[in-house]
Write a protein that binds this ligand. Structure first.
Ligand code: B12
Length: 260
């Protein structure tokens, strides 16, 4: 059954797929899956290659490539979940690329319902690198994930043992925010300020200045590029302006090869 399901995923055009079980998934900071989906037994993790768009100096092209992938991944998640429900009479729940996220005051939107990095590592799709991202043996760091949780009892794939990170520290040196200076931990605030300058933090700063400004200044602020950027980021969801840790990793430089 597992091989048939994995083939279904690959036939949709997904780059790779791995399976783990709920007891094998450990993510200390994430919610307990027993609370979210008590009958869940397996997690099917889907891996997608990031497009070359992330190499462009245009953050708009880079984000557009990401959005293509996000749209594709949402459709693959739904198709897989419906396939499990229709063909295997299972229950299935999807885990998206990122949002929606719980914006509670403790986690402030920095913790997903399921940690896709922990699930991907448990499903044998890669290992953690110095940049705190999962490195896939073929796709390198240019890999992104979604998942479908199910009550089907599928055997786990073996975890990878090989260390794929070369320890070159290029990701650390290329992080414009210095968010990777401490090994094993990403400084979330530093990363956010740089990668999403028009996210929640940017928006709060703008509106704080706005309420303290007089009428004339407020009119000017509405016509300024900062407001337009905030507006666009808010309508897109999360708009990333930084892809350095992904694109600078030498393990990701390889193009697809014939027959892969
Ligand atoms: C919220 C979020 C963020 C937040 C906060 C990050 C955070 N606290 O983890 C911010 C905005 C900062 C962020 C930044 C980025 N993100 Co982000 N993010 C997420 C999201 C939605 C939730 C993460 C989460 O739940 N974290 C909370 C807990 C689980 O993290 P944690 O326990 O603190 O994890 C740390 C430690 O455990 C440590 N660690 C120590 N030992 C071990 C051992 C193992 C096995 C593991 C796995 C981890 C680990 O590593 C982690 C790093 O701090 C996930 C999607 C998802 N649902 O998982 C994407 C996700 C993690 N992000 C991703 C990406 C690509 C990015 C960015 C590159 C932005 C961009 N341009 O795309 C940067 C990378 C920053 C970096 N180098 O660390 C990818 C990672 C893909 C990969 N190859 O690993 C994910 C999985 C999205 C996806 N669908 O593919 N992200």
């Amino acid at each position: 059954m597992k091989d048939t399901i994995k083939q279904f995923v690959l036939d949709m055009g997904v780059d790779d797929v791995g399976v783990t079980t709920t007891p094998c998934y450990h993510s200390p900071l994430s919610p307990d899956l027993k609370e979210l989906f008590p009958e869940a037994k397996s997690i099917i993790v889907l891996a997608y290659r990031e497009l070359s768009s992330c190499d462009s100096p245009s953050v708009y092209l880079a984000m557009n490539g990401r959005m293509d992938m996000m749209e594709f991944s949402r459709s693959c998640n739904y198709k897989l979940a419906r396939y499990l429900e229709k063909e295997w009479y299972a229950r299935a729940m999807t885990v998206s690329f990122s949002y929606p996220l719980d914006m509670n005051s403790k986690t402030m939107g920095a913790v997903g319902e399921l940690s896709l990095r922990h699930a991907a590592v448990a499903a044998g799709l890669g290992v953690m690198g110095r940049h705190n991202l999962v490195i896939h043996p073929r796709l390198g760091t240019r890999v992104l994930f979604t998942a479908v949780m199910t009550d089907l009892d599928l055997p786990a794939d073996p975890m990878l043992e090989e260390d794929l990170c070369t320890g070159c520290d290029i990701c650390v040196d290329n992080c414009p925010a210095g968010a990777l200076d401490q090994e094993g931990k990403t400084d979330v605030l530093k990363c956010l300020q740089h990668s999403q300058p028009y996210g929640i933090g940017g928006s709060m700063k703008f509106w704080n200045r706005f309420i303290k400004s007089n009428g004339e200044e407020q009119k000017k602020m509405f016509r300024g590029e900062e407001f337009l950027r905030l507006y666009q980021a808010a309508s897109i969801g999360f708009q990333y302006y930084c892809f350095h840790c992904i694109k600078s990793c030498p393990v990701s430089m390889k193009k697809d090869q014939p027959g892969e």
